[in-house]
Ligand binder design. Structure first.
Ligand SMILES: [Zn+2]
Length: 470
């Protein structure tokens, strides 16, 4: 996510401005470690409901027999709103589940807010799969953060029951919060059919049709999530970055920024591909528009959202920095995953660094002096609040989240370039990208790769910058 509040932070500090896809991966014959989702969804425009039938085939890989499965029901965050009141939806939304079956046998479920627990009829051993089927009804909020119906457009983010992740630490069912992105998901395969009213087109994580059709079948393998925008109002400009088709979607009122932002998107994709490693999917969509209070943009696999314009010291300008921030997340979050609730700095810090590097190299905007001031300011915050840059999302008050999690790690990466050279830093990121492609990385994985590539123990450097030690 790119935070709209950044601009405020910047100006209060008196500083310079900042801040589907679809590689059709071969579906292996042998079942993999990825779940497969099949979703058949109907958008009922008048009722503002998405009615879905979903089946998930659980992956076979597990170390011990599995007794239960957890799903995330994020739309339930939009009922009985308990977060900051500025982000409160103007109309509440939620999701209901019915007819849940495991391998054809009806099972009881327990739902607690955004978490659903399904106890399996018998423990599932290693090497065996199970199919969970269910019906759901999604009641769309108005003014919801990310999940939102706005005029003739529906932003469908976290819009289906999403499998929670079970890793070495056990099941992750971290609560929803409006500070940052409280999401953690594993690579999955998707087969999604949409039924939409006449006149709608669908923009999604998968490779899209680019025409209006009432029944649309989409497939995308090897992605962490599946997002879709159903719209009557958007038009598109397209271009190519290497083998990847880049689409910029905008409404009539945003037409003036469509060309510069398409250019930024294409250039950004090329810039990151050449430095970090090739983007592995066939398409990426940039959808302009509002998707929630405090959010300037948001990342999903193969699709990002961005405000059309942002305030800068030279006045209102096309939101190049937001677009390239969100696109950098295709590398840091999309392809290399991490637990965004537990270690938000890992994707946001590297993404903010990528954004600033782009702005410096391609837009000739020099933010390094400003980032140096950010480093001093974050030290003051650490001294008074005792908080570091490597903590859980829930530990940060909203007003210091951006500086500690986005900006200080970005400043650290520029300092690392001063210390070991730009070429080595790019090699670290490139190696990290290739080693953790389609996997989940942690802070210590990043340190290990950095030390190996730099052929130097950078631990004291990272300790100082991220943990304020020494
Ligand atoms: Zn971000």
């Amino acid at each position: 996510m790119r935070r709209r509040l950044f601009a405020l932070l910047v100006f209060t500090l008196g500083l310079s401005p900042i801040c589907s896809g679809s590689l059709v991966f071969a579906k292996e014959d042998t079942v993999t470690d990825r779940p497969t989702y099949q979703i058949d969804a109907t958008y009922m425009e008048k009722q503002e409901i998405v009615k879905g039938h979903m089946s998930v085939t659980l992956p076979e890989l597990r170390s011990t027999p599995q007794k239960e499965v957890y799903f995330r029901l994020y739309p339930n965050a939009f009922q009985k709103w308990k977060y900051n009141k500025e982000a409160k939806p103007t109309k509440e939304g939620h999701i209901t589940i019915s007819h849940l079956k495991v391998d054809g046998v009806k099972q009881n479920i327990t739902i607690n807010d955004t978490v659903m627990k399904v106890v399996l009829p018998k423990p599932l051993p290693k090497g065996k799969s199970a199919k969970i089927e269910l019906d759901y009804q999604l009641y769309l909020p108005h003014g919801g953060t990310r999940l939102n119906k706005y005029k003739n457009t529906v932003f469908l983010a976290q819009w289906y029951p999403m499998l929670a992740v079970k890793d070495k630490e056990g099941w992750h069912t971290e609560p929803y919060t409006t500070t940052g992105d409280p999401f953690y998901s594993q690579m999955s395969d998707f087969d999604v059919t949409f039924h939409v009213p006449k006149g709608y087109q669908i923009i999604s994580t998968a490779k899209d049709l680019h025409k209006q059709k009432q029944i649309v079948h989409l497939q995308q393998y090897n992605v962490r999530d599946f997002v879709a925008v159903l719209t009557k109002d958007y038009q598109v400009l397209s271009s190519k970055s290497g083998k990847t088709k880049v689409n910029l979607w905008y409404t009539k009122s945003m037409e003036d920024v469509s060309k510069p932002l398409l250019h930024a998107a294409v250039d950004g994709m090329q810039f990151y591909s050449s430095r970090f490693g090739e983007y592995p999917y066939q398409e990426v969509d940039v959808v302009l528009g509002e998707t929630g209070f405090g959010i300037a943009g948001m990342e999903y696999p193969g699709l990002v959202t961005s405000l059309p314009k942002v305030p800068t010291t030279e006045g209102i300008a096309p939101a190049v920095n937001v677009v390239v921030h969100e696109l950098a997340h295709q590398w840091w979050y999309g392809v290399v995953g991490n637990n965004q609730a537990k270690e938000p700095w890992l994707d946001e810090g590297l993404t903010t660094f990528s954004e600033y590097l782009y702005m410096q190299k391609q837009m000739k905007q020099d933010d390094e002096p400003w980032l140096k001031r950010v480093a001093i300011k974050s030290e003051e915050i650490h001294k008074s609040a005792g908080i570091t840059s490597v903590q859980r999302l829930y530990d940060y008050p909203d007003e210091i989240y951006g500086i500690m999690v986005y900006l200080r790690p970005a400043a650290m990466m520029f300092a690392l370039m001063d210390e070991i050279g730009e070429e080595k830093v790019m090699k670290i990121l490139n190696t990290y990208y290739h080693q953790y492609q389609f996997k989940i990385a942690t802070t210590s994985d990043f340190f290990r790769v950095a030390n190996q590539v730099a052929e130097k123990d950078l631990t004291p450097f990272f300790q100082k910058w991220l943990y304020f030690k020494g």
